[in-house]
Write a protein that binds this ligand. Sequence first.
Ligand code: ATP
Ligand code: MG
Length: 385
Amino acid sequence: MRQQRSARPRGRRLAVFALGFLGGRLTARLDQDGSADAPSRHSRRIVHNASEAIIATDERSRIVLANPAAARMFGVTVEELEGSPLARFILAPETDHPGPLEYFKADGRAGRRSTDYAGTGLRANGEHFAIEGSIADTPHDGRTVYTIILRDVSERQRVQRKLARSHDQLRQLSSALQTIREEERTHIARELHDDLGQLLASLRMDLNLLEETCGATPHALRLIHGMDGNLLTAITSLRRIATNLRPRALDEGGLYFALQGLRDDFVQRHGIACELLADEAELRLDDQASTAIFRIIQEALTNIARHAHATEVTMNLYRINSELLITIRDDGRGISEEDMEKAESLGLIGMRERVWGLKGEITISADEGPGTRIDIVLPVANHTV
Ligand SMILES: Nc1ncnc2c1ncn2[C@@H]1O[C@H](COP(=O)(O)OP(=O)(O)OP(=O)(O)O)[C@@H](O)[C@H]1O
Ligand SMILES: [Mg+2]
């Protein structure tokens, strides 16, 4: 709960405005002065008809006034509310305050978001429910009246919890799909290399044998040479396809060598200078981390080739204690906020998901321009081999 401040959401202004009048009416009630002047009648009507639950207490946390919305919220009548201690209906979330009013009034709460100090409401049927609200005090003749606007936020919290759960499930699904995809790629790359690759290599050897031993005519020789050339092209394509699916270096040499291969391929294909600054010993990581980092950098390089118009790229990977710090910079056109929010683009989303999957942090920016900078911090203590 918070002390009312001048900057309030528009929808609540009326209720807060009413609280000023309410203070006057309440102090009149406290003074046991039965006369109600025009403003207090007016304020009573506003408070009575307000859709928000409004309660006012005296300094001893006794409810001195409540509206029907508050009564509905707690499942009692207005008469039952009035005269009761506030603690019968609102439980303070902290034990170091004797009661809810003390909790709401505690130092340092003023000005903070009301959701920061949501409490627990207690309905007449014993049901607990989440509430939040705002508090305002009205001094009068040396006394203070506290008026509290309350909101039942149990439904909102239920929806938020459901949303968070479904978000978590989506994340798990995405991570499971990434793993399945990676496993399939590894499997296909291995099959291509081991089965088809071996078959093509042995065909080449047979062809060489044929050429040497069968006394082929010049025409047959030309055919054999043509076939050998085609076989060589097929083997090269197959290697390229298998490497694109899953570089063998990732499984056999480790992340550093896989990144070197990626860098070399990038430079050769796109003619963009690319520097890899890393220490092989610092990049001996398990398969999960190695694959994730490789795919993140692969996507970053693909993006640079497709979008950046860059002439120079630097990839920096270094460890500080248990964290791996990765920076990828290019000197291209830079990335904008709109670029990062493109609904149809999945590359950056995938990148972020992989980083979050390893409980790391990622920042993508064009702040320091020219070009784009990606900074990633990954906790790798549990991934070091
Ligand atoms: N290095 C970069 N320099 C400039 N713009 C970039 C860079 N990287 C990404 N972008 C911009 O950010 C957008 C989003 O990138 P993202 O990788 O998410 O999607 P994409 O590359 O367009 O498509 P895909 O889903 O195939 O990856 C890109 O369309 C591009 O406009
Ligand atoms: Mg992309």
